[in-house]
Design a protein around this ligand. Sequence first.
Ligand code: TYD
Ligand code: MG
Length: 471
Amino acid sequence: MRCLAPCPTRSQRDRPVDSPPMARAARGFRCRECGWATPAYVGRCAQCQAWNTLDQFTETQRSGPARSAGVVVPGRTVRLADVPDEPGRRLSTEIPEFDRVLGGGLVPGSLVLVGGDPGIGKSTLMLQAAARLAQRGTVVAYVCGEESPRQVRLRATRLGVGEAPVTLIPESSLDAALAAAEGAGASVVIIDSIQSVYVEGLDTRSGGPAQLSEAGARLVAFSKTNEITTIVTGHVTKSGEIAGPRLLEHLVDAVLYFENAEGGSVRVLRAIKNRFGATDEVGVFEMTGEGLQSVENPSSALLESHDADASGCAVTAVIEGSRPLALEVQALAVPTNLASPRRIASGLETSRLHLLLAVLARRGGVNTGAMDVVASVSGGMRLRDTGADLAILAALASAASDQPLPRATACLGEVALSGAVRPVHQVQRRLAELSRVGFKRCLVPNGTPAVDGIVLIPVRNVRDALQSLHR
Ligand code: TYD
Ligand code: MG
């Protein structure tokens, strides 16, 4: 038989065959934001430019015994055609909006990361999903590294699922927790949160980059080897990324972020990566006294408080994931004596507000230079879709003149610096959604094909649009 072991290299030949595995201690400083490492302390990270984020670390790395002896054990091979080609049955969490973001439920053996600000509702959603899965016969283990079992029980009782047969694992050692979950025969494991568990043997604080990347690697191995679906939660840092940015994202199968702008009760769960479903899919939830409720008809919920007779309110439709959502942009403009008037934006980028105010002044003749301007989006949604530009502009113009916009009239269109109103993608679906929630007319970019049930008002530029919006 042919020897599968490669010929020893010169350095291997020189070393005695039965020499013990080499232990090597690495010391240095690592940035807790981005994971950049350096042997000597510096005040500012050379990679992410953050100040005072370097922590000291010591890591012991062992070279593998097989390699040091010059023997490589060949890995497993599988013929592509022999791999079963059915995708595996998805497990429904019975939470419609969570299933939607996952791409139709949990895929067996997948690893999912759920991120979001502290207090946004990660633990609440996890407990609700755990309870529903357990009530339908799935063995679920919930690693509560962050809270005591009593706290979890109190929350479960509040959510009406106190009696659900969920196995709690109050453990902060990751290996011990995973072994306990495996021992309990779990087919779904929830780890709440990744920052609260640690990997033994690493001399760094839990939640740090070294811990997170090692924990991530172990979780991948755990979920794939045992075909156990694993969901981990993670807090985001101030800059909005999961602590130890991007360290876990490339390891896991799906990354879901919870988001909401300050104040709103609507929570949006957005898939920013999904190996088993559409990226950018969103689930819409509302935080209530009984936990997170899936919002069946998000457009109606987002327009619930729409007041057609108030100035500064404009309605548009955006595409979120695979569906259109109608929402309201609100603006307020008041005269100010400040030398540099205030610009406050919630749910949209301040830079976008500045840009649209500049277009409004130059191309529309509406000057807000002596006014404080506040703009926000209904329900705490965050606007990314540039198709909402025209609605933001209409809301700003209406706020500046304190004149309400015409009733039942929505706006669709991207606004260029030249003041031109540009086409938006999936305009037909947006118009159908606006019509469904009761809008009769809509300002649209010139050349938009007609849709049943809604009258289109084509506009070429910002000036056209402002004229059409006079009540
Ligand atoms: P939580 O799930 O603990 O957030 P995270 O795990 O993301 O840090 O959410 C806590 C918030 O949700 C807290 O402000 C209280 C609120 N909440 C409700 O409004 N209703 C409920 O039924 C529950 C359980 C929490
Ligand atoms: Mg929590």
